[in-house]
Ligand binder design. Structure first.
Ligand code: GLU
Length: 552
Protein backbone atom coordinates (compact mmCIF):
# COMPACT_ATOMS: atom_id res chain seq x y z
CA UNK A 1 0.00 0.00 0.00
CA UNK A 2 1.60 3.23 -1.05
CA UNK A 3 1.15 6.45 0.87
CA UNK A 4 -0.42 8.02 -2.20
CA UNK A 5 -2.98 5.26 -2.53
CA UNK A 6 -3.95 5.68 1.09
CA UNK A 7 -4.26 9.44 0.63
CA UNK A 8 -6.37 8.93 -2.49
CA UNK A 9 -8.67 6.52 -0.68
CA UNK A 10 -9.06 9.01 2.14
CA UNK A 11 -9.78 11.83 -0.28
CA UNK A 12 -12.45 9.91 -2.15
CA UNK A 13 -14.10 8.12 0.76
CA UNK A 14 -13.45 10.29 3.82
CA UNK A 15 -16.64 9.22 5.54
CA UNK A 16 -15.77 5.50 5.57
CA UNK A 17 -14.60 4.63 9.06
CA UNK A 18 -15.09 0.88 9.23
CA UNK A 19 -12.47 -1.26 7.47
CA UNK A 20 -13.10 -4.10 5.07
CA UNK A 21 -11.38 -6.38 7.56
CA UNK A 22 -13.76 -5.40 10.33
CA UNK A 23 -16.69 -6.14 8.07
CA UNK A 24 -15.31 -9.54 7.08
CA UNK A 25 -15.15 -10.45 10.76
CA UNK A 26 -18.86 -9.77 11.11
CA UNK A 27 -19.68 -12.34 8.46
CA UNK A 28 -18.10 -15.59 9.60
CA UNK A 29 -18.27 -18.59 7.28
CA UNK A 30 -21.48 -20.58 7.60
CA UNK A 31 -21.36 -23.82 9.52
CA UNK A 32 -23.08 -26.19 7.15
CA UNK A 33 -22.57 -29.81 6.29
CA UNK A 34 -20.27 -30.78 3.43
CA UNK A 35 -21.92 -30.15 0.06
CA UNK A 36 -24.66 -27.89 1.41
CA UNK A 37 -25.49 -25.26 -1.17
CA UNK A 38 -26.19 -21.66 -0.24
CA UNK A 39 -28.24 -20.06 -3.00
CA UNK A 40 -30.18 -16.91 -3.42
CA UNK A 41 -32.69 -15.14 -5.57
CA UNK A 42 -31.84 -11.49 -5.98
CA UNK A 43 -34.64 -9.53 -7.62
CA UNK A 44 -34.73 -5.81 -8.22
CA UNK A 45 -37.84 -4.16 -6.81
CA UNK A 46 -39.32 -3.31 -10.18
CA UNK A 47 -42.72 -4.62 -9.15
CA UNK A 48 -42.67 -7.07 -12.03
CA UNK A 49 -41.97 -10.74 -11.58
CA UNK A 50 -41.35 -12.63 -14.80
CA UNK A 51 -42.22 -16.31 -14.94
CA UNK A 52 -38.54 -16.84 -15.80
CA UNK A 53 -37.67 -15.17 -12.49
CA UNK A 54 -40.01 -17.49 -10.63
CA UNK A 55 -38.39 -20.40 -12.45
CA UNK A 56 -34.89 -19.29 -11.46
CA UNK A 57 -36.05 -18.74 -7.89
CA UNK A 58 -37.51 -22.24 -7.81
CA UNK A 59 -34.27 -23.73 -9.11
CA UNK A 60 -32.33 -21.88 -6.42
CA UNK A 61 -34.67 -22.99 -3.69
CA UNK A 62 -34.60 -26.61 -4.81
CA UNK A 63 -30.84 -26.71 -5.04
CA UNK A 64 -30.51 -25.42 -1.48
CA UNK A 65 -33.29 -27.59 -0.08
CA UNK A 66 -31.97 -30.74 -1.62
CA UNK A 67 -28.49 -30.26 -0.20
CA UNK A 68 -29.68 -29.18 3.29
CA UNK A 69 -28.35 -25.75 2.51
CA UNK A 70 -29.82 -22.27 2.74
CA UNK A 71 -31.92 -20.33 0.26
CA UNK A 72 -32.20 -16.61 0.81
CA UNK A 73 -33.76 -13.65 -0.96
CA UNK A 74 -31.84 -10.42 -1.38
CA UNK A 75 -33.27 -7.22 -2.79
CA UNK A 76 -31.00 -5.58 -5.33
CA UNK A 77 -32.01 -1.95 -5.39
CA UNK A 78 -28.87 -0.20 -6.54
CA UNK A 79 -30.66 1.07 -9.61
CA UNK A 80 -33.13 3.60 -8.27
CA UNK A 81 -34.46 4.36 -11.74
CA UNK A 82 -36.00 0.91 -12.08
CA UNK A 83 -37.62 0.90 -8.68
CA UNK A 84 -41.33 1.45 -8.11
CA UNK A 85 -43.31 2.04 -4.95
CA UNK A 86 -44.22 -1.26 -3.27
CA UNK A 87 -41.90 -2.98 -5.73
CA UNK A 88 -40.33 -5.12 -3.01
CA UNK A 89 -43.69 -6.20 -1.65
CA UNK A 90 -45.07 -7.07 -5.08
CA UNK A 91 -42.06 -9.21 -5.93
CA UNK A 92 -41.88 -10.95 -2.54
CA UNK A 93 -45.65 -11.57 -2.48
CA UNK A 94 -45.41 -12.94 -6.01
CA UNK A 95 -42.75 -15.42 -4.95
CA UNK A 96 -44.59 -16.40 -1.79
CA UNK A 97 -47.82 -16.92 -3.70
CA UNK A 98 -46.08 -19.80 -5.44
CA UNK A 99 -44.49 -21.21 -2.33
CA UNK A 100 -41.06 -19.69 -2.93
CA UNK A 101 -40.38 -18.59 0.59
CA UNK A 102 -36.86 -18.08 1.80
CA UNK A 103 -35.02 -19.52 4.78
CA UNK A 104 -33.30 -16.22 5.21
CA UNK A 105 -33.35 -12.68 3.87
CA UNK A 106 -36.72 -11.36 2.67
CA UNK A 107 -39.38 -13.56 4.20
CA UNK A 108 -43.12 -12.85 4.23
CA UNK A 109 -42.81 -11.16 7.63
CA UNK A 110 -39.71 -9.09 6.96
CA UNK A 111 -35.97 -9.72 6.92
CA UNK A 112 -34.38 -12.45 8.96
CA UNK A 113 -30.97 -14.10 9.21
CA UNK A 114 -27.45 -13.34 10.44
CA UNK A 115 -25.95 -12.31 7.11
CA UNK A 116 -28.01 -9.19 6.45
CA UNK A 117 -29.10 -6.63 5.84
CA UNK A 118 -30.47 -8.29 2.73
CA UNK A 119 -31.31 -5.13 0.86
CA UNK A 120 -28.50 -3.45 -1.02
CA UNK A 121 -29.60 0.09 -0.24
CA UNK A 122 -29.01 -0.74 3.43
CA UNK A 123 -25.45 -1.90 2.72
CA UNK A 124 -23.98 1.31 1.40
CA UNK A 125 -21.25 1.54 4.07
CA UNK A 126 -20.21 -2.04 3.48
CA UNK A 127 -19.59 -1.53 -0.23
CA UNK A 128 -17.82 1.73 0.35
CA UNK A 129 -15.43 0.13 2.84
CA UNK A 130 -14.40 -2.43 0.24
CA UNK A 131 -14.03 0.24 -2.45
CA UNK A 132 -11.78 2.12 -0.06
CA UNK A 133 -9.73 -0.99 0.53
CA UNK A 134 -9.27 -1.49 -3.23
CA UNK A 135 -8.19 2.13 -3.60
CA UNK A 136 -5.67 1.72 -0.81
CA UNK A 137 -4.24 -1.24 -2.69
CA UNK A 138 -4.12 0.78 -5.89
CA UNK A 139 -6.75 -1.39 -7.55
CA UNK A 140 -9.34 1.32 -8.01
CA UNK A 141 -9.26 4.99 -8.90
CA UNK A 142 -11.55 7.98 -9.27
CA UNK A 143 -12.57 8.79 -12.81
CA UNK A 144 -13.81 12.25 -13.76
CA UNK A 145 -14.86 11.58 -17.36
CA UNK A 146 -18.01 13.53 -18.16
CA UNK A 147 -21.00 12.15 -20.10
CA UNK A 148 -19.86 14.24 -23.01
CA UNK A 149 -16.33 12.80 -22.92
CA UNK A 150 -17.66 9.28 -22.56
CA UNK A 151 -19.76 9.61 -25.67
CA UNK A 152 -16.88 11.11 -27.60
CA UNK A 153 -14.68 8.19 -26.61
CA UNK A 154 -17.38 5.82 -27.70
CA UNK A 155 -17.80 7.49 -31.07
CA UNK A 156 -14.06 7.40 -31.63
CA UNK A 157 -13.86 3.71 -30.69
CA UNK A 158 -16.69 2.88 -33.02
CA UNK A 159 -14.93 4.72 -35.81
CA UNK A 160 -11.73 2.78 -35.13
CA UNK A 161 -13.73 -0.47 -34.84
CA UNK A 162 -12.21 -1.32 -31.47
CA UNK A 163 -13.98 -2.47 -28.30
CA UNK A 164 -15.93 0.28 -26.65
CA UNK A 165 -15.45 1.11 -22.98
CA UNK A 166 -12.85 2.48 -20.63
CA UNK A 167 -9.67 0.44 -20.79
CA UNK A 168 -6.02 0.83 -21.74
CA UNK A 169 -5.28 4.19 -23.29
CA UNK A 170 -8.93 5.27 -23.04
CA UNK A 171 -8.71 5.11 -19.26
CA UNK A 172 -7.57 8.69 -18.96
CA UNK A 173 -7.70 8.93 -15.16
CA UNK A 174 -5.99 5.65 -14.37
CA UNK A 175 -2.91 7.36 -13.10
CA UNK A 176 -4.42 10.51 -11.69
CA UNK A 177 -2.48 11.91 -8.74
CA UNK A 178 -3.95 12.86 -5.39
CA UNK A 179 -3.34 16.54 -6.10
CA UNK A 180 -5.07 16.42 -9.47
CA UNK A 181 -8.02 14.60 -7.94
CA UNK A 182 -8.17 17.11 -5.11
CA UNK A 183 -8.21 19.97 -7.61
CA UNK A 184 -11.08 18.49 -9.63
CA UNK A 185 -13.04 17.80 -6.48
CA UNK A 186 -12.51 21.40 -5.34
CA UNK A 187 -13.90 22.50 -8.70
CA UNK A 188 -17.03 20.51 -7.89
CA UNK A 189 -16.48 17.88 -10.59
CA UNK A 190 -18.36 14.67 -10.11
CA UNK A 191 -16.64 11.30 -10.34
CA UNK A 192 -17.14 7.58 -10.25
CA UNK A 193 -14.72 4.95 -8.92
CA UNK A 194 -13.41 2.46 -11.45
CA UNK A 195 -11.63 -0.82 -11.05
CA UNK A 196 -8.05 -0.75 -12.28
CA UNK A 197 -8.50 -3.90 -14.25
CA UNK A 198 -5.52 -6.25 -14.16
CA UNK A 199 -6.92 -8.22 -17.09
CA UNK A 200 -5.30 -8.97 -20.40
CA UNK A 201 -7.76 -9.58 -23.25
CA UNK A 202 -5.21 -11.76 -25.02
CA UNK A 203 -5.58 -14.22 -22.19
CA UNK A 204 -8.66 -16.31 -21.59
CA UNK A 205 -10.46 -17.23 -18.44
CA UNK A 206 -12.44 -20.37 -18.12
CA UNK A 207 -14.92 -21.52 -15.56
CA UNK A 208 -17.22 -24.45 -15.13
CA UNK A 209 -20.83 -23.39 -15.26
CA UNK A 210 -22.98 -25.83 -13.29
CA UNK A 211 -25.58 -25.84 -16.07
CA UNK A 212 -23.74 -24.98 -19.25
CA UNK A 213 -20.45 -26.72 -18.56
CA UNK A 214 -17.06 -25.25 -19.39
CA UNK A 215 -17.16 -21.64 -20.56
CA UNK A 216 -14.16 -19.77 -21.93
CA UNK A 217 -13.99 -16.04 -22.52
CA UNK A 218 -11.33 -13.35 -22.88
CA UNK A 219 -10.20 -11.82 -19.61
CA UNK A 220 -11.84 -8.57 -18.65
CA UNK A 221 -9.73 -5.50 -19.31
CA UNK A 222 -12.44 -2.90 -18.79
CA UNK A 223 -12.01 -0.50 -15.92
CA UNK A 224 -15.62 -1.03 -14.94
CA UNK A 225 -17.38 1.39 -12.63
CA UNK A 226 -17.65 -0.05 -9.14
CA UNK A 227 -19.02 3.01 -7.37
CA UNK A 228 -21.40 5.33 -9.18
CA UNK A 229 -21.37 9.12 -8.90
CA UNK A 230 -24.09 8.93 -6.23
CA UNK A 231 -21.84 6.78 -4.05
CA UNK A 232 -23.86 3.60 -4.69
CA UNK A 233 -22.11 0.53 -6.09
CA UNK A 234 -22.89 -1.03 -9.43
CA UNK A 235 -24.55 -4.43 -9.68
CA UNK A 236 -21.18 -6.03 -10.46
CA UNK A 237 -19.51 -4.80 -7.32
CA UNK A 238 -22.46 -5.38 -5.01
CA UNK A 239 -22.79 -8.92 -6.37
CA UNK A 240 -19.19 -9.78 -5.46
CA UNK A 241 -19.38 -8.26 -1.99
CA UNK A 242 -22.79 -9.62 -1.07
CA UNK A 243 -22.36 -13.11 -2.39
CA UNK A 244 -19.04 -13.40 -0.62
CA UNK A 245 -20.20 -12.01 2.72
CA UNK A 246 -23.47 -13.92 2.65
CA UNK A 247 -21.66 -17.15 1.94
CA UNK A 248 -23.36 -17.93 -1.37
CA UNK A 249 -21.86 -21.11 -2.77
CA UNK A 250 -23.85 -21.18 -6.02
CA UNK A 251 -24.97 -18.14 -7.99
CA UNK A 252 -27.85 -19.43 -10.08
CA UNK A 253 -29.08 -16.57 -12.24
CA UNK A 254 -30.37 -15.64 -15.68
CA UNK A 255 -27.93 -16.22 -18.51
CA UNK A 256 -28.06 -12.57 -19.56
CA UNK A 257 -25.28 -12.29 -16.96
CA UNK A 258 -22.88 -14.70 -18.64
CA UNK A 259 -21.17 -11.96 -20.58
CA UNK A 260 -20.41 -10.20 -17.28
CA UNK A 261 -18.87 -13.29 -15.70
CA UNK A 262 -15.27 -12.24 -16.58
CA UNK A 263 -15.84 -8.97 -14.71
CA UNK A 264 -17.31 -10.80 -11.76
CA UNK A 265 -14.55 -13.37 -11.55
CA UNK A 266 -12.01 -10.59 -11.71
CA UNK A 267 -13.73 -8.69 -8.90
CA UNK A 268 -13.68 -11.80 -6.72
CA UNK A 269 -10.00 -12.13 -7.54
CA UNK A 270 -8.97 -8.56 -6.72
CA UNK A 271 -11.03 -8.61 -3.55
CA UNK A 272 -9.28 -11.82 -2.51
CA UNK A 273 -12.53 -13.81 -2.39
CA UNK A 274 -13.14 -17.35 -3.54
CA UNK A 275 -15.63 -17.11 -6.41
CA UNK A 276 -18.93 -18.98 -6.17
CA UNK A 277 -19.97 -21.66 -8.62
CA UNK A 278 -22.00 -20.03 -11.37
CA UNK A 279 -25.04 -21.64 -12.93
CA UNK A 280 -26.63 -19.65 -15.74
CA UNK A 281 -30.26 -20.43 -16.47
CA UNK A 282 -31.42 -20.06 -20.08
CA UNK A 283 -34.52 -17.95 -20.62
CA UNK A 284 -37.98 -19.44 -20.92
CA UNK A 285 -39.03 -19.69 -24.53
CA UNK A 286 -42.27 -19.67 -26.42
CA UNK A 287 -43.06 -21.42 -29.68
CA UNK A 288 -44.16 -19.10 -32.44
CA UNK A 289 -44.61 -19.72 -36.15
CA UNK A 290 -42.54 -22.88 -35.92
CA UNK A 291 -39.67 -21.03 -34.23
CA UNK A 292 -38.70 -20.26 -30.66
CA UNK A 293 -38.38 -16.90 -29.00
CA UNK A 294 -38.00 -15.57 -25.47
CA UNK A 295 -41.19 -15.18 -23.52
CA UNK A 296 -41.60 -11.43 -23.61
CA UNK A 297 -42.83 -9.13 -20.89
CA UNK A 298 -44.22 -6.82 -23.53
CA UNK A 299 -45.91 -9.28 -25.87
CA UNK A 300 -46.98 -12.22 -23.72
CA UNK A 301 -49.38 -11.79 -20.81
CA UNK A 302 -48.26 -15.18 -19.50
CA UNK A 303 -44.76 -13.79 -18.96
CA UNK A 304 -45.98 -12.06 -15.80
CA UNK A 305 -46.42 -14.15 -12.70
CA UNK A 306 -49.54 -12.08 -11.90
CA UNK A 307 -51.23 -13.72 -14.87
CA UNK A 308 -51.26 -17.06 -13.07
CA UNK A 309 -52.99 -15.87 -9.97
CA UNK A 310 -55.44 -13.71 -11.87
CA UNK A 311 -56.38 -16.75 -13.92
CA UNK A 312 -56.46 -18.80 -10.75
CA UNK A 313 -53.81 -21.42 -11.38
CA UNK A 314 -53.11 -23.10 -8.07
CA UNK A 315 -49.51 -22.68 -7.00
CA UNK A 316 -49.08 -26.46 -6.96
CA UNK A 317 -49.89 -26.59 -10.68
CA UNK A 318 -47.54 -23.82 -11.68
CA UNK A 319 -44.70 -25.27 -9.63
CA UNK A 320 -45.43 -28.76 -10.88
CA UNK A 321 -45.30 -27.49 -14.44
CA UNK A 322 -42.09 -25.55 -13.86
CA UNK A 323 -40.56 -28.76 -12.53
CA UNK A 324 -41.46 -30.56 -15.75
CA UNK A 325 -39.68 -27.95 -17.82
CA UNK A 326 -36.72 -27.80 -15.44
CA UNK A 327 -35.89 -31.52 -15.51
CA UNK A 328 -37.14 -33.61 -18.40
CA UNK A 329 -37.20 -36.79 -16.30
CA UNK A 330 -39.61 -35.19 -13.84
CA UNK A 331 -42.74 -36.30 -15.65
CA UNK A 332 -41.78 -39.95 -15.52
CA UNK A 333 -40.92 -39.60 -11.87
CA UNK A 334 -44.31 -38.04 -11.25
CA UNK A 335 -46.11 -40.88 -13.04
CA UNK A 336 -44.34 -43.39 -10.86
CA UNK A 337 -44.83 -41.35 -7.67
CA UNK A 338 -48.24 -39.79 -8.06
CA UNK A 339 -48.93 -38.82 -4.49
CA UNK A 340 -45.40 -38.05 -3.39
CA UNK A 341 -44.26 -34.57 -2.44
CA UNK A 342 -42.02 -33.35 -5.25
CA UNK A 343 -39.43 -32.42 -2.63
CA UNK A 344 -38.35 -36.03 -2.98
CA UNK A 345 -37.62 -35.78 -6.68
CA UNK A 346 -33.84 -35.89 -7.29
CA UNK A 347 -33.50 -32.51 -8.95
CA UNK A 348 -30.45 -32.00 -11.10
CA UNK A 349 -29.05 -28.63 -12.19
CA UNK A 350 -27.22 -30.26 -15.08
CA UNK A 351 -30.52 -31.32 -16.62
CA UNK A 352 -31.70 -27.76 -17.18
CA UNK A 353 -32.21 -26.92 -20.83
CA UNK A 354 -29.30 -25.23 -22.56
CA UNK A 355 -31.36 -23.71 -25.31
CA UNK A 356 -34.18 -22.48 -23.07
CA UNK A 357 -37.13 -24.46 -21.79
CA UNK A 358 -40.25 -24.19 -23.90
CA UNK A 359 -43.24 -22.82 -22.06
CA UNK A 360 -46.54 -24.23 -23.23
CA UNK A 361 -49.83 -23.05 -21.73
CA UNK A 362 -51.69 -26.08 -23.09
CA UNK A 363 -49.31 -28.34 -21.24
CA UNK A 364 -49.62 -26.22 -18.11
CA UNK A 365 -53.39 -26.67 -18.32
CA UNK A 366 -52.99 -30.43 -18.55
CA UNK A 367 -50.64 -30.52 -15.60
CA UNK A 368 -52.96 -28.29 -13.66
CA UNK A 369 -56.05 -30.37 -14.48
CA UNK A 370 -54.25 -33.38 -13.13
CA UNK A 371 -53.16 -31.57 -10.00
CA UNK A 372 -56.68 -30.27 -9.34
CA UNK A 373 -58.31 -33.60 -10.15
CA UNK A 374 -56.55 -35.25 -7.23
CA UNK A 375 -57.37 -32.52 -4.71
CA UNK A 376 -60.17 -33.28 -2.25
CA UNK A 377 -63.40 -31.36 -2.93
CA UNK A 378 -62.98 -29.36 0.25
CA UNK A 379 -59.66 -28.00 -0.97
CA UNK A 380 -61.02 -27.24 -4.43
CA UNK A 381 -63.88 -25.40 -2.76
CA UNK A 382 -61.66 -23.37 -0.47
CA UNK A 383 -59.09 -22.42 -3.09
CA UNK A 384 -61.66 -21.51 -5.71
CA UNK A 385 -63.63 -19.48 -3.17
CA UNK A 386 -60.49 -17.62 -2.14
CA UNK A 387 -59.79 -16.83 -5.78
CA UNK A 388 -63.41 -15.89 -6.53
CA UNK A 389 -63.53 -13.46 -3.61
CA UNK A 390 -61.05 -11.39 -5.50
CA UNK A 391 -61.86 -12.06 -9.13
CA UNK A 392 -65.48 -13.29 -9.37
CA UNK A 393 -67.58 -11.77 -6.61
CA UNK A 394 -70.85 -13.29 -7.81
CA UNK A 395 -69.46 -16.80 -7.73
CA UNK A 396 -67.99 -16.16 -4.29
CA UNK A 397 -71.41 -15.10 -3.00
CA UNK A 398 -73.08 -18.19 -4.41
CA UNK A 399 -70.42 -20.41 -2.87
CA UNK A 400 -70.65 -18.73 0.50
CA UNK A 401 -74.44 -18.84 0.56
CA UNK A 402 -74.33 -22.64 0.84
CA UNK A 403 -70.84 -24.00 1.32
CA UNK A 404 -71.95 -27.56 1.59
CA UNK A 405 -73.92 -27.45 -1.66
CA UNK A 406 -70.89 -26.02 -3.47
CA UNK A 407 -68.53 -28.59 -1.99
CA UNK A 408 -70.87 -31.40 -2.96
CA UNK A 409 -71.04 -30.15 -6.54
CA UNK A 410 -67.26 -30.16 -6.66
CA UNK A 411 -67.21 -33.60 -5.10
CA UNK A 412 -69.12 -35.27 -7.94
CA UNK A 413 -66.82 -37.73 -9.73
CA UNK A 414 -63.94 -36.80 -7.47
CA UNK A 415 -61.90 -38.87 -5.03
CA UNK A 416 -62.21 -41.98 -7.18
CA UNK A 417 -59.84 -43.86 -9.45
CA UNK A 418 -60.59 -41.81 -12.53
CA UNK A 419 -61.44 -38.30 -11.39
CA UNK A 420 -62.69 -35.82 -13.99
CA UNK A 421 -60.27 -33.27 -15.32
CA UNK A 422 -62.39 -30.28 -16.25
CA UNK A 423 -60.78 -27.61 -14.11
CA UNK A 424 -57.36 -26.23 -14.98
CA UNK A 425 -57.67 -22.98 -13.06
CA UNK A 426 -60.14 -21.36 -10.70
CA UNK A 427 -61.51 -19.18 -13.46
CA UNK A 428 -62.86 -22.42 -15.02
CA UNK A 429 -64.98 -23.18 -11.96
CA UNK A 430 -67.81 -20.80 -12.87
CA UNK A 431 -68.40 -22.61 -16.12
CA UNK A 432 -68.07 -25.97 -14.42
CA UNK A 433 -70.79 -25.27 -11.85
CA UNK A 434 -72.96 -22.72 -13.66
CA UNK A 435 -76.02 -24.94 -14.29
CA UNK A 436 -76.18 -25.74 -10.60
CA UNK A 437 -77.15 -22.14 -9.88
CA UNK A 438 -80.22 -20.61 -11.54
CA UNK A 439 -78.67 -17.16 -11.06
CA UNK A 440 -75.85 -17.82 -13.49
CA UNK A 441 -77.19 -20.64 -15.62
CA UNK A 442 -77.10 -19.69 -19.26
CA UNK A 443 -79.90 -21.56 -21.05
CA UNK A 444 -79.69 -19.70 -24.33
CA UNK A 445 -78.09 -22.53 -26.23
CA UNK A 446 -80.10 -25.50 -25.03
CA UNK A 447 -80.72 -27.71 -28.06
CA UNK A 448 -81.45 -31.36 -28.61
CA UNK A 449 -78.94 -33.60 -30.38
CA UNK A 450 -79.57 -33.70 -34.14
CA UNK A 451 -80.93 -37.26 -34.16
CA UNK A 452 -83.77 -36.43 -31.74
CA UNK A 453 -86.84 -34.55 -32.95
CA UNK A 454 -88.62 -32.06 -30.72
CA UNK A 455 -91.59 -34.38 -30.69
CA UNK A 456 -89.48 -37.26 -29.39
CA UNK A 457 -87.82 -34.94 -26.94
CA UNK A 458 -91.21 -34.05 -25.45
CA UNK A 459 -92.21 -37.71 -25.31
CA UNK A 460 -88.99 -38.69 -23.58
CA UNK A 461 -89.40 -36.01 -20.94
CA UNK A 462 -93.03 -36.94 -20.38
CA UNK A 463 -92.20 -40.61 -20.00
CA UNK A 464 -89.35 -39.82 -17.69
CA UNK A 465 -91.45 -37.54 -15.50
CA UNK A 466 -93.89 -40.41 -15.02
CA UNK A 467 -91.15 -42.64 -13.65
CA UNK A 468 -88.90 -40.14 -11.89
CA UNK A 469 -88.52 -40.84 -8.20
CA UNK A 470 -85.98 -38.85 -6.19
CA UNK A 471 -85.65 -41.73 -3.74
CA UNK A 472 -84.19 -44.06 -6.36
CA UNK A 473 -80.78 -45.62 -5.90
CA UNK A 474 -78.32 -45.15 -8.71
CA UNK A 475 -79.20 -48.53 -10.25
CA UNK A 476 -82.90 -47.86 -10.04
CA UNK A 477 -82.35 -44.44 -11.54
CA UNK A 478 -80.59 -45.91 -14.52
CA UNK A 479 -83.19 -48.63 -14.93
CA UNK A 480 -85.83 -45.94 -15.23
CA UNK A 481 -84.00 -44.58 -18.24
CA UNK A 482 -83.97 -48.05 -19.74
CA UNK A 483 -87.59 -48.72 -19.05
CA UNK A 484 -88.77 -45.77 -21.10
CA UNK A 485 -86.69 -46.77 -24.13
CA UNK A 486 -88.64 -49.52 -25.85
CA UNK A 487 -92.12 -47.93 -25.79
CA UNK A 488 -90.61 -44.86 -27.46
CA UNK A 489 -88.74 -46.85 -30.11
CA UNK A 490 -85.25 -46.62 -28.54
CA UNK A 491 -82.98 -49.56 -27.70
CA UNK A 492 -82.40 -50.03 -23.98
CA UNK A 493 -78.93 -51.45 -24.62
CA UNK A 494 -76.32 -49.78 -26.79
CA UNK A 495 -75.13 -53.21 -28.00
CA UNK A 496 -78.57 -54.12 -29.25
CA UNK A 497 -78.86 -50.80 -31.04
CA UNK A 498 -75.50 -51.23 -32.74
CA UNK A 499 -76.44 -54.62 -34.10
CA UNK A 500 -79.53 -53.27 -35.73
CA UNK A 501 -79.52 -49.48 -35.85
CA UNK A 502 -82.25 -49.20 -38.47
CA UNK A 503 -84.74 -50.80 -36.10
CA UNK A 504 -84.47 -47.95 -33.54
CA UNK A 505 -84.56 -44.19 -33.28
CA UNK A 506 -81.60 -44.33 -30.93
CA UNK A 507 -80.58 -45.92 -27.64
CA UNK A 508 -80.63 -45.37 -23.90
CA UNK A 509 -77.68 -42.99 -24.19
CA UNK A 510 -79.82 -40.64 -26.27
CA UNK A 511 -82.58 -40.79 -23.69
CA UNK A 512 -80.22 -39.79 -20.90
CA UNK A 513 -78.74 -37.08 -23.10
CA UNK A 514 -82.14 -35.48 -23.52
CA UNK A 515 -82.67 -35.53 -19.77
CA UNK A 516 -79.17 -34.19 -19.22
CA UNK A 517 -79.71 -31.33 -21.64
CA UNK A 518 -83.04 -30.48 -20.03
CA UNK A 519 -81.39 -30.32 -16.61
CA UNK A 520 -78.04 -28.78 -17.40
CA UNK A 521 -78.09 -27.51 -20.97
CA UNK A 522 -75.14 -29.77 -21.78
CA UNK A 523 -74.45 -33.06 -23.46
CA UNK A 524 -71.56 -33.81 -21.20
CA UNK A 525 -71.51 -33.34 -17.44
CA UNK A 526 -70.29 -35.18 -14.37
CA UNK A 527 -72.53 -37.94 -13.04
CA UNK A 528 -76.12 -36.92 -13.76
CA UNK A 529 -77.52 -39.00 -10.92
CA UNK A 530 -75.65 -36.90 -8.36
CA UNK A 531 -76.41 -33.68 -10.16
CA UNK A 532 -80.12 -34.51 -9.86
CA UNK A 533 -79.75 -35.39 -6.19
CA UNK A 534 -78.18 -32.02 -5.53
CA UNK A 535 -80.66 -30.06 -7.63
CA UNK A 536 -83.51 -31.72 -5.69
CA UNK A 537 -86.85 -32.92 -6.94
CA UNK A 538 -88.55 -29.53 -7.29
CA UNK A 539 -85.84 -28.11 -9.48
CA UNK A 540 -85.57 -31.31 -11.51
CA UNK A 541 -89.28 -31.28 -12.28
CA UNK A 542 -89.31 -27.58 -12.96
CA UNK A 543 -86.38 -27.83 -15.38
CA UNK A 544 -87.81 -30.87 -17.19
CA UNK A 545 -91.15 -29.12 -17.60
CA UNK A 546 -89.70 -25.91 -18.76
CA UNK A 547 -87.52 -27.61 -21.38
CA UNK A 548 -90.57 -29.50 -22.57
CA UNK A 549 -92.40 -26.22 -23.02
CA UNK A 550 -89.49 -24.85 -24.94
CA UNK A 551 -89.68 -27.81 -27.30
CA UNK A 552 -93.40 -27.54 -27.96
N1 GLU B 1 -30.66 -8.17 -9.57
C1 GLU B 1 -30.27 -8.99 -10.67
C2 GLU B 1 -31.42 -9.06 -11.65
O1 GLU B 1 -32.53 -8.72 -11.27
C3 GLU B 1 -29.95 -10.37 -10.17
C4 GLU B 1 -28.91 -11.08 -10.89
C5 GLU B 1 -28.31 -12.15 -9.97
O2 GLU B 1 -29.07 -13.06 -9.61
O3 GLU B 1 -27.17 -12.05 -9.62
O4 GLU B 1 -31.24 -9.44 -12.77
Amino acid sequence: MSVDNIKMAQLILPDVKITAQEILEKYPPRQLKEGAMVTRFAPSPTGFLHIGGLFTAMVNKRAAMQSDGVFYIRIEDTDKKREIEDGVKIVIDGLNAFGIDADEGFCPDGQKGDYGPYQQSQRRDIYRAFVKQLMEKGMAYPCFLTEQELSEIRAEQEKLKVNTGIYGKWAKYRDITVDEAQKLINEGKSFVVRLRSPGDPQKRISFKDAIKGKIEMPENDQDVVILKADGIPTYHFAHAIDDHLMGTTHVIRGDEWISSAPIHLQLFYVLGFKPPVYAHVSPIMKEENGGKRKLSKRKDPEAAVGYYYEQGYPKESVMEYLMTIANSNYEDWRKANQKEDNKNFPFNLKKLSLSGALFDLVKLNDVSKNAISIMPAQKVFELSLEWAKQYDKQLAELFERDRQYATEILNIDRENKKPRKDIAKWSDVRDYVEYMYDEIWDKSEMVLPENISNEDGIKIIDAYLQKYNPEHTKDEWFNTMKEICEPLGFASEVKVYKKNPDAYKGHVGDISTVIRIALTGRKNTPDLYYIMKLLGQDKVKERLNSFKEKLS
